[in-house]
Design a protein around this ligand. Structure first.
Ligand code: ATP
Ligand code: MG
Length: 437
């Protein structure tokens, strides 16, 4: 029988449900992805914007839409302790970007191309590809009305996925036209669904008059046949809207992007117009939407700004990384070039100085730490050197240091080979320690 503990151990704290720690070596995959994103955004002349994670709740009620799942049930909202102001952790970032654009008059001298990366928060049931804190990459083009910008934004996604080595991602498109066209379609939808009231589930009945377009988006299998037969918005588009849509399709094809039209792809909010699109995979189960976007020409006005055409998309980075894994891409974990072996603490000053010089020369260095805990054990230091993945051990032995030199020992190629290097000409030999990647 074990003894009873004298004092109660402090209770362990864990991360909040649906919110994940991203740890090494996994975090290296995130950095790799973020680097790819940044260089690609530069090639398309999109510039970074960083808005606060907390915004006033009203921004999302108006900017995301009162009748959306997000606002109806997914927001983390709270009141400011001092003045009671309703605040919300951002569930998405388009409203924040548009608020900032209006507040700082960003489009005063023409259109702006922006991108962001960061955490979003939605109170959903956690499952694979669906979390309560997740990361979105987003791109927004503000102040451009033409279909060529819709296409540019989709090319950006297409190219990013190609650069990441992703396969089998399809593009679905639709057009929502303009307000008058949607109103006519909406009336037809209400008429149609009203004739089949008994087939509508409770949610659809509730949305029938508030947001009938969203009924088309239902995932209820029992309603699929009904939804298939519903009037299609595409049949209500006028010449100008059809032309915008045709140009998008033609340009995508010209650039080698395959697409299909999905007449049921909708965003049930009135500030959306013209192009909507999704990038989808079948390899992640129900969480197959990697990226969703569209034109939101009405949003600036809704948030108190001047009428400004705009289009953008948001991408779930967990899902993208999940798909990369699923498709078998393995990232090499980052390793140091050199592991510093330190036989004796008296060598620490010269060791730390030398390592600083090596790092300044671009050599990735991991220093042995823990001399105070287990002084002297060379065997364990070499074991750690090996485990670090470094190509070389750099040994700061007493005798050699008296001659102003250190020993380099190969840990991989030509394993075991040793040579002495003078500390007087580090610059000459430092580059030979760098791995060529
Ligand atoms: P879904 O239908 O999967 O709930 P959504 O329509 O709510 O997606 P958007 O608001 O368009 O998603 O967000 C853009 C992208 O963000 C999605 O395509 C998806 O990749 C990602 N995403 C959305 N919600 C989550 C979540 N809870 N966890 C992880 N990724 C998410
Ligand atoms: Mg959702």
């Amino acid at each position: 029988m074990s003894e009873k503990p004298v004092a109660a151990k402090a209770e362990k704290l864990t991360a909040v449900k649906g919110m994940n720690d991203i740890l090494p070596p996994d975090s290296a995959r995130w950095e790799w992805l973020e680097d790819k994103v940044r260089s690609l955004m530069g090639l398309y002349a999109y510039r970074n914007i960083r808005t606060p994670i907390v915004e006033s709740t009203a921004l999302f009620v108006r900017g995301t839409g009162e009748t959306t799942d997000i606002v109806e049930k997914e927001m983390y909202s709270f009141e400011d302790k001092l003045n009671g102001e309703p605040l919300t952790l951002r569930p998405e970032n388009t409203p924040g970007v548009v608020r900032a654009a209006i507040e700082h008059n960003l489009t005063y001298d023409g259109g702006k191309r922006l991108y962001y990366m960061g955490p979003m928060f939605r109170h959903e049931r956690p499952q694979r590809g669906r979390y309560r804190q997740f990361y979105q990459l987003g791109a927004e083009a503000l102040g451009f009305a033409g279909p060529e910008v819709d296409v540019e934004l989709m090319l950006l996604v297409h190219q990013l996925f190609a650069n990441l080595g992703l396969r089998n991602v399809r593009v679905e498109l639709n057009s929502l036209g303009v307000s008058a066209e949607r109103q006519a379609h909406r009336a037809a939808l209400i008429t149609y669904f009203s004739q089949h009231l008994e087939q509508l589930d409770a949610e659809a009945q509730r949305r029938l008059h508030s947001n009938p377009l969203r009924i088309l988006d239902t995932k209820n299998p029992a309603m699929q046949a009904l939804v298939q037969g519903a009037p299609q918005l595409l049949n209500y588009l006028g010449d100008a809207s059809l032309k915008h849509f045709d140009t998008v399709k033609t340009l995508l094809t010209a650039c080698g992007v395959n697409w299909t039209v999905n007449p049921r792809l909708v965003r049930g909010l009135d500030y959306y117009s013209h192009t909507v699109f999704e990038f989808i995979t079948d390899e992640l189960g129900a969480q197959g939407a990697l990226c969703g976007g569209g034109r939101y020409d009405g949003l600036f006005e809704l948030l108190g700004g001047r009428p400004t055409p705009a289009v953008g998309w948001g991408m779930g980075l967990e899902r993208v990384l999940e798909l990369i894994k699923e498709q078998g891409r393995v990232e090499a974990a980052p390793t140091p070039d050199v592991y510093a072996v330190i036989p004796d603490a008296s060598a620490l000053p010269i060791t730390l100085q030398t390592l600083q010089i090596l790092r300044a020369a671009g050599v990735k260095v991991q220093m042995h730490a823990g001399l105070a805990d287990s002084p002297g054990s060379m065997k364990s230091q070499f074991k750690k050197a090996d485990g670090s993945g470094a190509n070389y051990a750099l040994i700061f032995g007493k005798d050699e240091l008296t001659q102003n030199a250190v020993t380099v020992k190969a840990l991989r190629d030509g394993i075991g080979a040793q040579s002495s290097r003078s500390l007087a000409d580090i610059a000459a030999w430092a580059p030979t320690l760098q791995s060529r990647t």
